[in-house]
Design a protein around this ligand. Sequence first.
Ligand code: PEP
Ligand code: MG
Length: 312
Amino acid sequence: RRRSLSARVSGPGRTADGHPVKLLVNLGALQELPAAAAADSEGVGLFRTEFLYLDRDQAPTVEEQTAAYREVFAAFTGRRVVVRTLDAGADKPLPFATAADEQNPALGVRGLRTARRDPQLLETQLTAIAAAAQDGEAEVWVMAPMVSVPGEAAAFAERAKAHGLRTAGAMVEVPAAALRAGDVAQQCDFLSIGTNDLAQYAFAADRTLGSLAEFLDPWQPALLELVRTAAEAGAGQGRPVGVCGEAAADPLLALVLVGLGVTSLSAAPGCLGDVRASLASHGLDDCRRLAGLALAAPDAAAAREAVRNAAA
Ligand code: PEP
Ligand code: MG
């Protein structure tokens, strides 16, 4: 049934009663660009830029970065591209940006924190993004990974704006940022929830350990509670709040996320059709009711089961 729905529904994401939900793609390498650009989406919700920095002993130059960003922006002319600045550290170590001797790299100098140690790393990247944005017609947004406190969002937005980049946001992937999302949102233009890291940090469970998968299940009610907190706080500040972690790829969970107040979903291009079809067959009130069922469940399996039964 889903297959036939997904074949029929196209264009911007909407619930059955017309509530808009932006559907965007995740992009993590230039090889993925043709498929990402060809997908029926309103743009890129998470452009992971780490690939530019891997397998090197120093950071790519402004020119190298500008060329790569230009290629991406050209493929998304007239659409949005949310560029996530370098997220080095933890599961993405880089010899020139992260320390090899940290005892707990996931809790160490990673994400935006690397810019504190080496401000030039971020400056060079923002310079390249701004230059490429000028050359193209994409709607370029930038966002910072691993923001923990509002001051980091403010500092990032200040640097982005100094480079002429008008829309700057913060990822919500640290529980502290979710709990204080209103204060974070006040300091920038949008929030984007990274459910992979948010689950890792909320459950104190290493995201790379398959043996801890049950804690990392995006249906965990505690994770959904953090999503609701962030989405409501963002709405209170008039800011869009998206989800760009793997949770956004699940058509059933997408209904719950929208019911919790999430305004955009970003996932692998191949997942969007089913997510779009799922939204198109449920109204916003339905989504809110399903979100309530998931939040009321005692664990992830019960949440999934309750929503699956009620959504059918
Ligand atoms: C996340 O943490 O959910 C996220 C989208 O970022 P990454 O998976 O690149 O850490
Ligand atoms: Mg992350």
